[in-house]
Design a protein around this ligand. Structure first.
Ligand code: GLC
Length: 439
């Protein structure tokens, strides 16, 4: 147990998040026994959430919980997952070690409701996923829901105690004694994840929406993590103690001051749900990644593997499309900083310092240009070259310095860059224009 003095000290310490800024794409993996039935993870038993898409056909709580005994993903191949995600540009992983439904996808000693003890598969999938992704070079994030709809002390969800569809705030309450036991159990499982799986880069908590901040005591949870993994970043669902912000299913309205990522599903479901055909196009997913990076954030893109352990074909198709685009355009979204502001260029842009000095700007055409692309507020005498990033084709351009700078005889005038795009063959996903500026 942490003393109050220790937790005060650790709670105010800050964790180095510089590696997280500009990382670009991450892959979120939502997987559990529900995937064998094409059910959404956990939420299938509540019939979804009131007023929130997608609406789900409710499944009885017991029928849901008992399905764990069928989990046997014979095609599970985490090395193949890691290979594809890496080629698609992902550099960090967040894996659901346990969702709200309480089924541990790791080898826990604190409960029998786990992939190793309660399912025919019997293998510690968290360990295999973490090992494969770490070996490929990924930063490792573990998702853990701090609620547990299966644990008797939580107390367990039944068809009688929960509302279907779920109404936020309407969960069954435990007695104080049960709650203390449950919280110790939750910390115990968190401790297992933080000590038995090597260096963890991200602890991605969820489920903070059930129970009060007084009951959770997030300061203690944060200190508990810091003691075991001092360098790990924790998301903002550890209320009041987050190292980064996690807007869900859309980009933030304005870039947050803190490090941030948007988590996004490829269709509308987190888990594998074959009847959900609301797949976003590859171009749309790419544009969201580009916009996130141009605003200084990351995109945590979700995949819900099938119950048999494979990425569904629609997810593979989208990751392959990203991989194809990155073959020629990766330098515009990996290891870059936000570029221009929107009055300067009407679209997302990024920048990097060139090895020999000066700057390379990347203009992302997420809408089709008519005849020219205008960039305002540039040091126009420094423009050296304007080209298509994908194949190096030079584009015709001219500059127009501000009149007042010309009259003042400035040798470093500010003005407009005009790029003629009439003859340009546009990339069906996103054309990137590189603008090289002298130092
Ligand atoms: C939402 C969903 C949950 C999912 C999470 C990921 O909170 O309810 O199922 O795991 O988003 O951000």
């Amino acid at each position: 147990m942490t003393t109050q003095a220790e937790s005060d000290r650790t709670a105010t310490a800050t964790t180095d998040a510089s590696w997280f800024r500009g990382l670009g794409l991450g892959v979120f993996i939502h997987w559990g026994h529900a995937s064998t039935r094409g059910w959404e993870l956990s939420w299938q038993m509540t019939g979804g959430v009131l007023r929130q898409e997608p609406a789900l056909e409710p499944v009885g709580c017991n029928e849901y919980f008992e399905n764990a005994a069928t989990f046997d993903p014979q095609h599970f191949d985490p090395t193949a997952w890691a290979e594809l995600a890496w080629r698609a540009g992902a550099r960090y992983l967040v894996f659901t070690t346990k969702h709200h439904d309480g089924f541990a996808m790791f080898d826990t000693g604190l409960s029998d409701y786990s992939v190793t003890k309660h399912a025919p598969f019997g293998r510690d999938v968290t360990r295999e996923v973490v090992d494969a992704f770490r070996a490929r070079g990924f930063r490792i994030g573990l998702y853990l829901s701090i609620v547990d709809w299966h644990h008797p002390d939580y107390p367990r969800y039944t068809d009688e105690t929960i509302t279907k569809p779920y109404v936020v705030g309407s969960y069954p309450r435990a007695t104080p004694a049960k709650w203390d036991r449950y919280r110790a159990f939750m910390l115990g499982q968190l401790g297992e994840l933080l000590t038995a799986y090597g260096d963890i880069d991200i602890v991605w908590l969820d489920g903070e929406f059930e129970h009060t901040e007084e009951e959770w005591r997030f300061d203690e949870i944060r200190a508990f993590i810091r003691e075991r993994q001092p360098r790990a970043l924790v998301n903002d669902r550890c209320l009041g103690h987050g190292d980064f912000v996690t807007p869900e299913q859309q980009l933030p309205m304005v870039p947050p001051q803190q490090p941030w990522e948007t988590c996004l599903t490829m269709n509308s479901s987190w888990g594998h749900r074959p009847q959900d055909d609301t797949w976003k196009s590859p171009a749309l997913l790419l544009h969201t990644l580009i916009e996130a990076v141009s605003m200084g954030g990351n995109l945590l893109l979700n995949v819900g593997p099938t119950g048999n352990g494979e990425f569904p074909p629609q997810a593979v198709e989208r990751l392959e499309a990203l991989a194809g685009w990155l073959e020629h355009n990766a330098e515009s979204v990996q290891g870059v900083e936000p570029g221009l502001t929107l009055w300067q260029f009407h679209g997302p842009s990024t920048r990097r310092t060139r090895p020999g000095g000066g700057t390379r700007l990347y203009l992302h055409l997420v809408t089709r240009p008519y005849e020219r692309v205008t960039v305002r507020g540039l040091s126009v005498a420094r423009v050296e070259r304007v080209s298509l990033l994908a194949d190096g084709t030079d584009l015709p351009w001219s500059v127009q310095p501000r009149l007042k700078d010309i009259h003042a005889g400035s040798d470093d005038p500010t003005g407009e860059l005009h790029i003629d795009t009439r003859g340009t063959v546009l990339d069906p996903m996103c054309t990137v224009i590189a603008v090289d500026l002298a130092e």
